[in-house]
Design a binder for this molecule. Structure first.
Ligand code: ADP
Ligand code: MG
Length: 412
């Protein structure tokens, strides 16, 4: 037997590796809701840190491990590869870190009321997340080959959803994807998404509208729109000094950073076209990380950065002098973010990621302030949130200790 793991994780030596994963009864094994799958997957708990174990032939385990490592290097949203285990006479096991607070799409749908409008709005958030994921992968040169709702996990992201890749067995890296490669990937995605939603409709008894085929086609339109927005050359007016800047800002708003800008003069200088080379996505996330050390998802980061900007503007007005951004960030962290998160009672704390809870509190403050016609302040918003909102929210840890709750576990 050979165990290969990355530093910072357990050695997994205490697990019964001489037996096939199927039928493990070890005390570390946990029940977790999961998507439909081919291989045997088990989840194990090491002091609250969960790991997913997937049994598969050695060549595939190695390949998937490499693919996931590369995705991490490219800062793409995917589960983290932790290691592989090879065993005598048994298939290999790929170990990934369980993606905390993530939910399979079935669980998301099972939780919303089965009314057309709720299902439609969830479908739309799901599509937006999936389209953003696929475009990010394509920008980076990754063709997935098996994009489906079952191979994706979803996390709450400041009112929206963020999608993560779980299963990359079929993926391929290229220096750059051709239109044909992107189209093929999109085609598979549309088919898989339609299939996934149809399964769900039958299993959960969802309303006949929205029609899964229409939802899946909508995915194609949204993908094409975002792709065009990111990659089409913009025609700019030579007199407009802010045209370049505003195009860059628009791309930043979409969450992408720009690596290079190329401006070409046409028609003897009467027309300029601008090509922006989109590099990485995660613009707000990286900014928040560098200012505060907080690692959040893209929309959460956007929301937290807004709050930080308001904090800074408020203190600049109060003191009548400029406050450097790095100082404002430090003070905001110590005076606003940390105390707010610390005020959440411990039994409620694990329900949501800290950044998500903070975002919800700011939203709640906004809602209360709108209603009362004045800024209610963060303390009042926090108290009201802890009393009225958080206790009603479902627990997002998704781990079902012991008993099999509500039939989440074995779908299909
Ligand atoms: N690291 C992980 N974190 C959370 N869930 C996971 C993780 N790895 C796998 N899963 C769950 O297990 C399911 C099956 O995993 P997957 O890699 O797609 O296996 P298969 O190759 O058999 O399709 C996924 O749909 C997902 O719900
Ligand atoms: Mg899969």
């Amino acid at each position: 037997m050979r165990i290969r793991t990355r530093p910072g994780h357990p050695d997994f030596l205490d697990l019964p590796w001489d037996q096939p994963l199927e039928g493990w009864t070890h005390e570390r094994v946990m029940e977790v809701a999961r998507g439909n799958h081919r291989h045997v997957v088990q989840f194990v708990d090491y002091d609250g840190a969960l790991y997913a174990l997937k049994e598969l032939p050695s060549r595939l385990a190695e390949r998937e491990y490499r693919m996931l490592r590369r995705m991490e290097e490219e800062s793409l949203p995917a589960v983290d590869a932790v290691g592989t285990i090879s065993r005598n006479g048994l298939e290999d096991v790929l170990v990934t870190r369980y993606l905390d607070y993530s939910l399979p799409y079935r669980v998301l749908f099972a939780r919303v009321p089965h009314e057309e409008q709720d299902v439609r709005s969830l479908s739309e958030r799901l599509l937006d997340a999936l389209v953003m994921l696929l475009v990010r992968l394509h920008v980076a040169g990754f063709s997935w080959g098996d994009c489906s709702l079952n191979n994706t996990l979803f996390r709450r992201d400041a009112g929206a959803l963020a999608a993560y890749v779980v299963d990359v067995e079929t993926g391929e890296w290229h220096p750059e994807l051709t239109p044909g490669q992107r189209e093929a990937d999109l085609e598979i995605t549309v088919l898989n998404v339609a299939g996934g939603l149809m399964d769900l409709q039958a299993q959960l008894g969802l309303p006949s509208e929205p029609d899964p085929a229409d939802v899946a086609n909508d995915l194609r339109l949204r993908y094409e729109q975002l792709w065009r927005e990111l990659t089409t050359d913009a025609v700019i007016d030579p007199g407009d000094r802010f045209a370049v800047e505003s195009r860059i800002r628009r791309l930043n708003d979409l969450g992408f950073d720009v690596d290079e800008v190329e401006i070409v003069e046409e028609d003897g200088g009467d027309r300029l076209t601008m090509r922006a080379l989109v590099a990485e996505s995660g613009h707000h996330r990286r900014r928040l990380l560098s200012l505060t050390g907080l690692d959040a998802q893209e929309n959460q980061a956007r929301s937290l950065l807004n709050d930080l900007a308001n904090f800074r503007a408020y203190h600049e007005r109060l003191d009548g002098r400029p406050l450097p951004e790095s100082v404002a960030a430090y003070r905001w962290l110590a005076e606003v973010f940390e105390p707010t998160v610390a005020a959440i009672p411990s039994e409620q704390r694990g329900k949501r990621e800290a950044a998500e809870v903070f975002h919800e509190i700011i939203e709640h403050k906004w809602f209360l302030s709108e209603r009362s016609g004045e800024d209610v302040g963060v303390d009042k918003a926090l108290a009201s949130y802890l009393e009225t909102v958080l206790p009603e929210e479902p627990d997002e840890r998704n781990v079902l200790r012991g008993e099999m709750a509500e039939g989440w576990i074995s779908f299909g």
